[in-house]
Design a protein around this ligand. Structure first.
Ligand code: ZN
Length: 205
């Protein structure tokens, strides 16, 4: 672990000077075109995998890249979604799950959450995914169920994002597109949900 204060000094002296023009421009306003929803996992670095500069991604992160549906919304996730769509007018929302997601491991093996009551409580928002995995893969080994949960959760969260009226309105108007991704940490690859084929595929450009 680097010393955080040394890292901030390094940023100020060695990194900021090359970007000072951009940061001065961004200081008074932001106009990101993408809301990127992903897991809190330290191995997922949105700006790195999308080659984004400061100001380009509005980001929502939590355990398991979850957005509770409109009828169960708390304040946090729905506020980010509302601000992104209504105030910033983003043109794209990406829900990005990832390989080896600890949250989705908890969904398929909830016994591991016995000492983590807050995590267990939050993951109740992924009950639908847990139920679908139980029904569709009753005999599968844990690794198979885990991978399936990672993908199914992304699809389920896209449905939840669509449940907000302002998202539905923007989709209807054609000003917003939704994307479901799974990022493979070891391979450095992203697969994209193809709603017509009902599966994740490599991006075909
Ligand atoms: Zn995760």
């Amino acid at each position: 672990m680097k010393n955080l204060y040394d890292a901030v000094s390094h940023f100020k002296s060695d990194i900021y000077p090359g970007l000072s023009g951009l940061f001065n421009e961004l200081a008074s306003s932001q106009a990101p075109n993408v809301l990127f929803i992903t897991c809190s996992d330290s191995r997922v670095v949105p700006s790195l995998i999308t080659d984004a500069s400061p100001g380009e991604l509005f980001v929502l992160r939590n355990v398991g890249n979850i957005v509770p549906p409109a009828e169960q919304a708390g304040d946090g996730e729905s506020a980010v979604l509302e601000y992104a769509v209504k105030a910033l007018g983003v043109g794209h929302i990406v829900v990005c799950g990832h390989s080896n997601c600890g949250a989705m491991h908890g969904v398929v093996s909830p016994g591991n959450l016995a000492t983590l009551p807050h995590v267990a409580g939050w993951l109740k928002n992924a009950d639908e995914t847990a139920q679908k995995i139980k029904e569709s893969l009753p005999e599968a080994d844990e690794a198979t169920r885990w991978k399936a949960a990672i993908e199914l959760n992304v699809v389920s969260q896209l449905d939840n994002v669509r449940s907000y009226s302002f998202v539905a309105d923007a989709l209807e108007a054609g000003s917003l597109q939704l994307h479901g991704w799974v990022y493979d940490i070891a391979a450095g690859e992203v697969v994209d949900y193809d709603s017509e084929r009902g599966r994740f595929v490599e991006y075909e450009g």
